[in-house]
Design a binder for this molecule. Structure first.
Ligand code: NAP
Ligand code: ZN
Ligand code: ZN
Length: 366
């Protein structure tokens, strides 16, 4: 009997990568192509299917944090399917769902890397875009692109039950909100406040709710009230309504265990500190371009804590993805073609997003 010949040869790796890029802080995103590095034995190649648009992409493309390197291919909420697996890689096979967040490498030797907090690497991690690899020479390009070559140690496994498009935002918005909620011990019965109902904020609501907390949303957009309840919040405060906000502040003073502030623009923090219980914690994750002013009395009375949080390490990101699969949590997304990324930036700046734009990378120009 003739044996069926099993096809074993792999599809060839083609380094040419389709993308959209910003060429200056004021330019729109334009078609761009670049050559990915040749995958090594520790690398996988991911054919990107979707990439979320994080507000940090806008801050960086517009050089609001300084040090922008152009051409810039933004995007650090990357998901897709594995197409190549290096010979030393364990845990991934061709066809698996895989993701990349904000980090693609770190020194792996410092105390932070050794304690699985690569985001705080003492040498500075290699960020997914607008940075360089650890050789400090090779520029990194992000996920508004057709593929990415990444060391498998910095790639995430996407649980099979999670849909790829709705999972992309978990790689930044998800981990950035999960990490502080987890670290500060959010649990059943606690009162959590979420300031700003955007990409991060809506994930914070879903995750805090999944952890068992009662969630109050503080928003400048009255129109988001119904959504906030659908996402899992029990109450909503419109911070644009001066009288209503003043009444809510009196009513809610001293009642929150934790408040997570995700706002991307300058705003007052002192009012939120008043809402915390004694020893309660205000965590800022939003990064407005200008510094905040905090009155010392806001911290002294009631021993309030003001802290921040930066994404999360790779191990914790995997833990978050697994948590989301267990609790059936994913992002609310509007999937768009790459040609509408500029429009998505404008709409995000206006708060007109429900609740994360995600680029379908199959629409990238050839
Ligand atoms: P986003 O989707 O644009 O959401 C930000 C939300 O903030 C808006 O939807 C809006 O919510 C609120 N807001 C905007 N302007 C405001 C203003 N002038 N006053 C009060 N509220 C305002 O942004 P995102 O992607 O969630 O990112 C939020 C921030 O987190 C950005 O600064 C981003 O760079 C940063 N970030 C930090 C980390 C980290 O690791 N720490 C990671 C990712 C992103 P309402 O309409 O509900 O008011
Ligand atoms: Zn981000
Ligand atoms: Zn390190």
């Amino acid at each position: 009997m003739a044996k069926t010949k099993i096809k074993t040869e792999k599809a060839p790796f083609i380094p040419t990568t389709r993308a959209v890029a910003a060429h200056s802080a004021s330019a729109s995103l334009k078609p761009f192509s670049f050559e990915c590095r040749e995958p090594g034995p520790n690398d996988i190649v991911i054919q990107i299917t979707h990439c979320g648009i994080c507000h940090s992409d806008i801050h960086q493309v517009r050089d609001e944090w300084g040090g922008a390197a152009f051409p810039m291919v933004p995007g650090h909420e990357i998901v897709g399917r594995v197409s190549h697996v290096g010979r030393r890689v364990k845990g991934f096979k061709v066809g698996d769902g895989a993701g990349v967040g904000c980090l693609v490498d770190s020194c792996r030797k410092c105390d932070c890397c050794k304690s699985n907090e690569e985001q705080f690497c003492r040498k500075g991690p290699a960020f997914t875009y607008n940075g360089t690899l650890m050789d400090r020479k090779t520029p990194t390009y992000g996920g508004y692109a057709s593929q990415i070559v990444v060391d498998a140690d910095f790639a995430l496994k996407i649980p099979k039950s999670l849909p790829l498009d709705r999972t992309a935002p978990l790689l930044c918005a998800g981990i950035t909100t999960y990490s502080p909620l987890k670290r500060h011990g959010v649990k059943k019965g606690q009162q959590v406040g979420v300031v700003g109902l955007g990409g991060l904020g809506h994930m914070a609501v879903k995750l805090a709710r999944a952890m068992g907390a009662r969630v109050t949303v503080f928003s400048t957009s009255a129109a988001k009230e119904a959504d906030s309840r659908r996402l899992g919040a029990t109450s909503f405060v419109n911070t644009r309504d001066e009288a209503g906000f003043a009444e809510a502040r009196t009513r809610l003073e001293g009642s929150f265990d934790l408040i997570l502030d995700t706002v991307s623009a300058p705003h007052d923090l002192n009012g939120y500190l008043e809402l915390l219980k004694n020893d309660g914690t205000l965590v800022v994750v939003g990064v407005p371009p200008t510094p905040a002013q905090v009155h010392h009395f806001s911290l002294i009375g009631g021993r309030k804590r003001l802290t921040g949080s930066l994404i999360g390490g790779i191990r914790e990101t995997q833990e978050m993805l697994n948590f989301c699969a267990r609790h059936k949590v994913a992002s609310d997304v509007e999937v768009i073609p790459a040609s509408r990324a500029d429009e998505a930036y404008e709409r995000t700046l206006k708060g007109d997003v429900k609740y994360r734009f995600v680029i379908d990378t199959s629409t990238l120009p050839a």
